[in-house]
Design a protein around this ligand. Structure first.
Ligand SMILES: Nc1nc2c(c(=O)[nH]1)N[C@H]1C(S)=C(S)[C@@H](COP(=O)(O)OP(=O)(O)OC[C@H]3O[C@@H](n4cnc5c(=O)[nH]c(N)nc54)[C@H](O)[C@@H]3O)O[C@H]1N2
Ligand SMILES: Nc1nc2c(c(=O)[nH]1)N[C@H]1C(S)=C(S)[C@@H](COP(=O)(O)OP(=O)(O)OC[C@H]3O[C@@H](n4cnc5c(=O)[nH]c(N)nc54)[C@H](O)[C@@H]3O)O[C@H]1N2
Ligand code: SF4
Ligand SMILES: [Mo]
Length: 726
């Protein structure tokens, strides 16, 4: 007997619906795209198709592990939690605790609902996450321009006439900060309806190959290119904001320093191309500018993210159909916020500013290594592998050895968790409920889907229960965390004018909530209070309704809503926030700088996902390999063959050379997340590769956001066997 079940794929930001068949033993016998999902309509990629393999990987941990020296011991859950309690009891000063939250927290209900209360319970400001190795520049730019770090407009993919895409490769990544299942199909549809797609990337990627035009750009120079376009819009009197904004004159003045002729040399993009792109953007009936990781993890990441939306504003495309629009997620709760600010506190050692309540992961090693009051001695990692993923991860590898105590919540024993004293593994994916709290806020159509657990929990706690129990241990409190959070949110809602439940009784509302778990009840509450919720008065959404629609609910095309989204003190879009104008000076200062002879950038592969999907046979090997992409002219000039040695200020690696004319001369590319030599994961160890983050530099950051810089890293390259004197 087999059963057919449906759930959302938790593996990337595309949130595809999957249809799985399970045998009696709960084993996955097939995975297909769910053709009844109104958003993904049956789309699936090779990773989604491997969900069963990944979920039943024999190397996944099934029981907690405690490390004794070099040896690991499987233990029961109570013993594991007791060990954590004992470790925490030895912490005299809570400032010596640090937390690192990895990327999969954006893909689990546990991460969305329990990480924040857990951090509160730990009582530390040493909060680090993959966000400062990723999209923090976008949060900071949005926070300063729109007043909220999550007010991130997405391209209205299905309706736009013109898409200018920089530093993104959705044919491999399936999209990011732009939730769009079947991104490739949506791009083809754009072209099919006569629209135009322009891709800006130092590599001719598969996305670039699909586009109408591919523009090569020198790594790390997107802010110059975008300023050149802004300059042209003003110079040719093409700027037509559709809303009243603050700071238009300041932006016009600043752009004067970046005429296309001046930025052409720095960016490698001809001045005529820059002016033409400006004219095309202005002339298109609707247009959107979208930029992602290639432009974020760069020296001027925040300026680039800001200029993207400056262009969306200046071309009149912000907040209109076909332009760049703000999604309306079903769990959005319109509580009032303090004005957005960065740098409310600084990191202890390097004095780097906090952003969104986090410190840059680029300074985690400093905080562990540097003695003094508040030195980090205790680390909790949840769903993260910073040894491979953080800038100069090799330094963290050494730093983690020096900690007094480390706890990891992770299904694998890997490069990071091997340093832990206790590893707490979450159960199988199919034993977990799923709702995309974060990602549905960036969806190109408003949509909601809840997937209840498909398999019962055995003796293992859910990841939500793991995090909740850690929070209870850390706070020393007893009781039900979910009940506490629910009452707190209900109290706020009943006190908020216009919330739909103003003046009602907390106890009465609490009793109305449905759900099998605390997490489900919290989801129910958020749905009911959200913009489509039965309590907010504009719809009838609740957990019950989502359970009645197992393939998901289409909530309609994006609609203009700038007024609701804006949270700036002025009530207007701030086009020239002072902090960013200050950083423009830094940009100006480097306009004439001679670029290094060779710079390193990253890349992603469809069958990979950061550092943790390399233990599934069908996903590794073939073209998914850790090779150095390099242009034939550089290969000839440097006399390379077979393997090459790549050196940076921070380290060196030896890698196979992959000669390709799809990359610019003077630019080389290595994917991240590799470097599994000696791994306890057997398949990954056979396809070890090297870690590009041996080469990246934690001392170079994007100043306003503290974000890591992975693109544009200066390197030298030589044939193997050649000894270079230093
Ligand atoms: N298959 C797969 N999917 C993934 C992931 C994965 O590892 N594998 N990771 C997930 C995560 S965590 C994220 S954040 C997203 C990221 O999603 P995307 O942003 O789409 O990421 P990439 O595919 O790395 O595309 C980035 C592109 O930027 C280019 N680039 C590098 N430097 C520069 C530069 O200076 N300027 C410009 N203009 N371009 C540059 C690179 O050549 C590359 O093609 O993908 C997610 N999806
Ligand atoms: N050079 C370079 N470095 C990069 C990037 C780059 O482009 N270039 N990209 C950066 C980006 S965008 C990101 S997001 C980061 C990612 O960096 P991280 O988030 O730190 O690392 P991942 O490789 O995603 O590791 C995820 C971990 O979560 C575990 N895991 C998987 N599923 C679950 C789950 O359900 N629960 C729990 N508790 N754990 C789980 C995995 O076993 C693994 O240990 O890497 C960054 N690093
Ligand atoms: S595109 Fe992403 S969400 Fe869709 S099946 Fe692939 S990994 Fe899963
Ligand atoms: Mo990411």
């Amino acid at each position: 007997m087999t059963s057919t079940v449906h759930r959302t794929c938790p593996l990337c930001e595309a949130v595809c619906g999957l249809t799985l068949t399970l045998d009696d033993g709960g084993h996955v016998t097939s995975v297909r795209g769910d053709k009844d999902d109104p958003f993904s309509k049956g789309f699936i990629c090779p990773k989604g198709a491997s969900l069963g393999r990944l979920d039943e990987d024999p190397d996944r941990l099934r029981k907690p592990l405690i490390r004794e020296g070099e040896l690991w011991r499987e233990v029961g859950w109570d013993e594991a939690f007791e060990a954590v309690r004992a470790g925490l009891e030895r912490v005299a000063d809570r400032r010596s605790i640090a937390v690192y939250l990895g990327n999969p927290n954006a893909h689990t209900m546990a991460g969305a609902l329990y990480a924040t209360p857990l951090i509160k319970a730990l009582g530390t400001r040493n909060v680090f996450s993959a966000s400062t190795a990723d999209q923090m520049p976008k949060h900071v730019a949005s926070g300063l321009m729109f007043g909220h770090p999550l007010a991130i407009p997405v391209p209205d993919l299905d309706r736009t006439d013109y898409l200018l895409m920089l530093g993104a490769n959705p044919l491999e990544s399936n999209g990011s900060l732009c939730t769009a299942p079947d991104f490739p199909g949506r791009l083809k549809a754009l072209r099919g309806r006569g629209g135009r797609l322009v891709v800006v990337d130092p590599r001719r990627t598969r996305t670039a190959a699909l586009a109408d035009e591919h523009v090569f750009v020198r790594p790390g120079t997107d802010a110059y290119l975008l300023f050149g376009i802004v300059h042209t819009l003003f110079a040719e009197d093409l700027a037509r904001p559709a809303h009243e904004v603050n700071g238009l004159d300041e932006v016009r003045e600043a752009a004067k320093h970046f005429p296309p002729e001046a930025v052409a040399r720095r960016t490698g993009v001809p001045a005529e191309t820059i002016t033409r792109l400006a004219r095309e953007l202005a002339a298109a009936p609707t247009a959107a500018v979208y930029a992602r990781i290639g432009t974020c993890t760069a020296e001027f990441g925040t300026l680039a993210q800001w200029l993207v939306d400056v262009l969306n504003v200046l071309t009149g495309n912000l907040d209109r159909p076909g332009g760049a629009m703000f999604p309306k997620p079903a769990t959005e709760f319109g509580g009032r916020r303090r004005p957005y600010a960065v740098g409310r506190w600084k990191s202890r050692v390097r004095g780097l500013p906090e952003a969104n309540g986090e410190l840059p992961v680029a300074t985690l090693a400093d905080e562990i290594e540097t003695p003094g009051e508040g030195q980090v001695r205790f680390l909790l990692t949840i769903a993260g592998n910073p040894v491979l993923s953080a800038p100069h991860g090799a330094r963290l590898d050494a730093a983690f050895r020096e900690l007094d105590f480390m706890v990891s919540v992770d299904p694998y024993l890997n490069e990071t968790t091997k340093h832990a004293n206790v590893i707490l593994p979450p159960p199988r994916v199919l034993q977990s409920g799923h709702y995309d709290f974060a990602l549905l806020g960036f969806a190109v159509r408003n949509y909601a889907r809840y997937s209840p657990p498909l398999l019962p929990l055995d003796e293992r706690p859910s990841e939500a229960q793991i995090l909740a129990r850690l929070a209870m241990i850390a706070s020393g409190l007893e009781g039900d965390l979910d009940a506490f959070v629910i009452d707190e949110l209900l109290r706020k809602a009943t006190e908020t004018p216009g919330s739909g439940v103003e003046g009602r009784e907390v106890a009465e509302l609490r009793d109305l909530l449905e759900g099998e778990t605390g997490g489900e009840r919290r989801l129910d509450l958020m749905l009911r209070l959200g913009p489509y919720g039965e309590w907010a008065g504009k719809g009838d959404l609740s957990l019950r309704k989502l359970l009645d629609h197992p393939h998901g609910l289409d909530l309609g095309a994006l609609e203009p809503r700038l007024g609701e989204v804006l949270k700036t003190a002025s009530g207007l879009v701030e086009l020239a926030p002072p902090q960013l104008m200050e950083d423009v000076e830094r940009l100006r200062g480097k306009l004439e700088e001679e670029p290094p002879e060779i710079v390193l950038i990253g890349r992603r592969h469809l069958r990979s996902n950061n550092s943790w999907m390399h233990n599934v046979g069908p996903l590794v090997g073939g073209s998914n390999r850790c090779t150095l992409q390099i242009h034939p002219s550089d290969v000839a000039r440097l006399g390379l063959a077979g393997e090459a040695v790549v050196r940076s200020a921070k380290g060196q690696v030896t890698v196979p050379v992959e000669v390709t004319d799809t990359i610019m001369p003077g630019v080389v590319s290595l994917p991240h997340g590799w470097g599994h030599a000696g791994s306890a994961q057997n398949v990954a160890a056979e396809h070890a590769g090297v870690s590009v983050n041996t080469l990246t530099d934690e001392t170079t950051i994007d100043v306003p956001s503290g974000n890591a810089v992975f693109n544009g890293v200066p390197v030298t390259i030589s044939p193997t066997g050649v000894i270079i004197a230093h």
